[in-house]
Design a protein around this ligand. Structure first.
Ligand SMILES: NC(=O)c1ccc[n+]([C@@H]2O[C@H](COP(=O)([O-])OP(=O)(O)OC[C@H]3O[C@@H](n4cnc5c(N)ncnc54)[C@H](O)[C@@H]3O)[C@@H](O)[C@H]2O)c1
Ligand SMILES: [Zn+2]
Ligand SMILES: [Zn+2]
Length: 357
């Protein structure tokens, strides 16, 4: 049963208390601080692989007391007087990236590096794993949701769909006939699998340690799957490709080992597109790659493809709901983290949390 918030100025939220420590606790309800802010009543949120990196201590900018979460949808509760396009009662998508729309990076379409925003939600400011959240620069950081769009599918648009499209598929320059390898079949890797198919590659090989996630990858369109727990992923992929390697290697894990797989399987002229958040340095094998004409890209999602993806999800061209495996009440978020942290054992993909209040 849902526990009521303590009083009308308080709410419940998932709070970070240093590596390995989090709590579902009472926090003050956010208020408008700037005239361009909006306060959203979160109706659905989810947990990201990046939240797990934060809890491992990989993201040093997140400090004790921060409300986590950078994904979700909700209903506008209140807007500052300079918010033009949104009004109380509107149903909105919260982008994981906050964009002022006016700084030099925003003007280049690089919202991820907005001088006044960027990835701040659940990082430098309080995030969406709460009953309410304050969104700065509401006009350029929120998207109106069409009525009738599925809530779970819409929630996948905050982060994983634009991330996998921009950092993985577009940076990797996937094109018709390519052989693509996606290392990591978590929600981000599986989203990359859905997005890559829009560009008609000949093969999509998905690599993971978790047979259940690989099974899902096959159902979602992977032409080959490789379980890398035997340490022989590179050999398997080189055999599949007759020794040529792959045209595009998308890194969707964030570990030394998985980056190594990408640099070992890339064909001459290929693209390695890193998505994973890395907590440790990797060894770049330029002694092998210097002559291979490869391109290595990194990117923090800019969310410039969000309107396009919103359209594709609404038209049913991307079946984002298939990325959701578990559903909880928001008040059960500690349990949801537990399931997501033990994804292999629990057969978990994306876990969504509904705020029924
Ligand atoms: N660049 C960005 O803007 C951005 C945005 C969002 C997420 N991310 C990052 O993307 C990555 C993936 O996110 P997610 O939510 O899918 O995470 P996740 O933790 O759910 O998935 C990671 C997957 O990698 C697999 N894996 C772990 N070690 C492996 C190995 N040695 N070989 C093969 N597979 C292995 C796991 O089994 C799991 O399925 C994370 O690092 C996340 O922080 C980056
Ligand atoms: Zn994320
Ligand atoms: Zn900006």
């Amino acid at each position: 049963m849902k526990m009521p918030s303590i009083d009308s100025n308080s709410m419940k939220a998932l709070v970070y208390h240093g590596p390995g420590q989090k709590a579902w606790e009472v926090k003050p309800k956010p208020v408008i601080k700037e005239t361009t802010d909006a306060i959203i009543r979160v109706t659905m949120t989810t947990v990201c692989g990046t939240d797990l990196h934060i809890l491992k201590g990989d993201v040093s900018t997140v400090t004790n007391g921060r409300i986590l979460g950078h994904e979700g949808i909700g209903i506008i509760e209140e807007v500052g007087k300079n918010v033009i396009d949104f009004h109380k009662g509107d149903k909105v998508l919260i982008s994981c990236i906050t964009a002022c729309g006016r700084c030099s990076f925003c003007r280049k379409g690089m919202f991820s590096h907005c001088r006044n925003g960027g990835w701040i939600l659940g990082n430098l400011i309080d995030g969406t794993q709460a009953e309410y959240v304050r969104i700065p620069y509401a006009d350029t950081s929120l998207y109106a949701l069409p009525s009738g769009i599925d809530d779970e599918a819409a929630t996948m648009l905050s982060d994983i769909l634009p991330t996998s499209l921009e950092c993985g598929v577009l940076n990797g320059q996937v094109k018709p006939g390519d052989i693509v390898a996606i290392v990591g079949a978590g929600p981000v890797g599986l989203s990359a699998l859905l997005n890559a198919q829009l560009y008609s590659p000949a093969e999509i090989i998905t690599i993971d340690l978790d047979d259940n996630r690989l099974k899902t990858a096959s159902l979602l369109g992977a032409t080959k799957v490789v379980n890398s727990s035997d340490g022989k992923a590179v050999e398997h992929i080189m055999t599949f490709t007759n020794g040529a390697g792959v045209d595009v290697a998308i890194e969707a894990v964030g570990l030394v080992k998985t980056f190594d797989i990408c640099q070992s399987i890339i064909a001459p002229g290929g693209h390695i597109a890193n998505i994973g958040v890395h907590g440790k340095p990797v060894e770049l094998h330029l002694e092998k790659l210097w002559s291979s004409n490869i391109t290595l890209t990194t990117r923090l999602v800019d969310t410039i493809t969000t309107p396009l993806l919103l359209n594709m999800v609404q038209l049913g061209r991307i079946d984002a709901k298939k990325l959701v495996s578990h559903r909880f009440e928001l008040s059960e978020i500690m349990k949801a983290y537990d399931i997501f942290e033990n994804a292999a054992k629990e057969h978990a993909l994306k876990v969504v949390l509904k705020n029924a209040s």
